[in-house]
Design a protein around this ligand. Structure first.
Ligand SMILES: [Zn+2]
Length: 228
């Protein structure tokens, strides 16, 4: 579904990915769980493109539900992967950042791997970078849910790719639940930073993208986070 001009949303089954279609650039934001690549290629196909037309894959953070299909998509398309330095280190080993309750974290660390990609194949972005998509896509460090987390914002398009820094899982704009948050203070600060941008569209990692919120609603969430 097109949620803003050139921006398409796909729910891969609990986690969202986004395609920015601006030929010659076609950019995927996040990749879903492992084995989701066919769904993403089907969306590309429906939009009149092939796997090889995918030029870039942006990573918000190295949780498996965001980078699970990264290796498969990269191998099939040759797309340039772009990620933060900490995420790239994790992707290199097929590991996820620590932010779960102790037992769950131990199970994940011990048993769960996704397809790794050598860090030499990943271009590193930093806070303050601007990527040449959607008339300038700003790279924002937004640690909290995980410490390797980044978000992307286009002021011209009004679109925020929030990853897991914000979500609409329970039908309203909110932070990711505290029990799966690595640093709660940082998560609040990151949420405040993102809401202060007044995004017209919040393309989040989980839940329906928010496209029709009012300024008052954003301000309410903003003030709630500031007062916590
Ligand atoms: Zn996550």
């Amino acid at each position: 579904m097109e949620i803003a001009p050139h921006v398409h949303w796909l729910d891969t089954g609990g986690s969202n990915v986004y395609l920015i279609v601006e030929p010659p650039h076609i950019v995927l934001v996040d990749t879903g769980m492992p084995r989701q690549q066919e769904k993403i290629f089907q969306l590309l196909h429906d939009l009149g493109h092939q796997p090889a037309d995918l030029t870039h894959i942006l990573v918000t953070h190295a949780d498996m539900d965001h980078v699970g299909s990264l290796a498969a998509l990269h191998n099939a398309s040759g797309a340039q992967i772009q990620a933060g330095a900490a995420a790239a280190q994790l992707i290199d080993r097929g590991k996820s950042p620590k932010h779960m309750p102790v037992i769950v974290q131990w199970l994940l660390d011990t048993f769960v791997r996704y397809g790794a990609v050598a860090k030499e194949k990943i271009a590193i972005f930093e806070d303050g970078d601007t990527l040449p998509f959607l008339n300038g896509l700003q790279v924002l460090a937004t640690p909290g849910h995980t410490l390797d987390h980044f978000s992307f914002f286009s002021p011209m398009a009004g679109v925020l790719f929030a990853g897991d820094a914000l979500n609409t899982r329970d039908g309203r704009i909110n932070l990711t639940p505290p029990r799966i948050t690595a640093d709660k203070t940082a998560a609040r600060q990151s949420g405040i930073r993102l809401l202060a941008l007044s995004p017209a569209v919040i393309a989040c990692g989980h839940g329906t993208p928010s496209t029709n919120h009012t300024a008052d609603e954003l301000m309410h969430v903003f003030n709630t986070l500031r007062q916590e």
